[in-house]
Design a protein around this ligand. Structure first.
Ligand code: KIV
Length: 259
């Protein structure tokens, strides 16, 4: 097993797993210093491409961005989202996961659960492709963004789903927008680490979309803590540049290229 994955597994019940998303080298280089896991998420659809949902992101988009991110990664575990339609059956999933792994040299792929694709996870793991699961709000399969696991029935279903994903061989699992008590129960039941997003601090680790937590995406749901408003910083710089160009303060002799 990949030593980076071993290290992630060892963190269960010991230290929290830090994870964020990246779509490019420059962001990845910053994250790599602090994150255990960097995810090339299909959230790039909304965040980067301004699409309505994640469904239109292609495997080529994912590979292209992963190649960029990989250039900024030295130590973190690099996980890549398999886009919608790329794992509709075992054969297609294996072909596409192998393509992603071999072209990008990433460490693992992430698959959203539709409560049926356990055999696909099993097949990938059998082929030595490390898999991260993803349950709760799974944008590839669910239209409505809502908290999951609130009722006893939903809780039971989510716990079963998580157990089946662990049994299929996944090395960790994202819990997205899962009610805190349910996230706690899942985390206690599983041997593999849970990575929460909008699912409380009972999880073994946390992930956020970087553009959300730095205030760039304009998407500010309750579960996202805004650590800065980078959009304001960028705007200030652009405003200053505009003023300088218009008033002939930039470029000055300092910026001239001589010879
Ligand atoms: O695509 C993504 O960024 C994700 C995270 C929200 C977990 O799947």
């Amino acid at each position: 097993m990949n030593s980076k994955i071993k290290n992630i597994l060892k963190k269960k019940n010991k230290s929290k797993i830090v994870s964020l998303t990246a779509y490019s080298k420059n962001i990845a280089r910053i994250l790599d210093k602090y994150c255990d896991i960097v995810l090339v998420g299909d959230s790039m659809a909304n965040v980067l491409y301004g699409l309505k949902n994640t469904h239109e992101i292609s495997i080529d988009n994912i590979i292209q961005h992963t190649l960029s991110v990989k250039k900024g990664i030295k130590k973190s575990l690099l996980v890549v989202d398999m886009p919608k339609g790329s794992y509709v059956n075992k054969k297609i999933a294996k072909k596409n996961a192998k393509l992603i792994m071999s072209l990008t040299k990433c460490d693992a792929v992430k698959l959203e659960s539709n409560s049926k694709n356990y055999e696909i996870i099993k097949e990938l793991v059998k082929s030595k492709i490390p898999v991260m699961g993803h349950i709760g709000y799974t944008p590839q399969f669910k239209k409505k963004f809502k908290v999951e696991g609130f009722t006893p029935n939903q809780e039971k279903e989510l716990i079963n789903e998580a157990i089946k994903i662990e049994k299929a061989g996944a090395f960790s699992i994202v819990l997205e927008c899962i009610y805190s008590k349910c996230a706690e129960k899942i985390t206690k039941k599983l041997r593999i680490p849970t990575i929460g997003i909008g699912s409380s601090n009972f999880c073994d680790g946390q992930i956020l979309v970087t553009d959300d937590m730095i205030g760039l995406s304009g998407f500010y749901p309750k579960f996202v803590k805004k650590y800065t408003f980078i959009n304001r910083i960028i705007e200030k710089a652009v405003k200053k540049y505009t003023r300088d160009v218009k008033t002939n303060k930039f470029p000055t002799k300092k910026n001239f290229l001589n010879g």
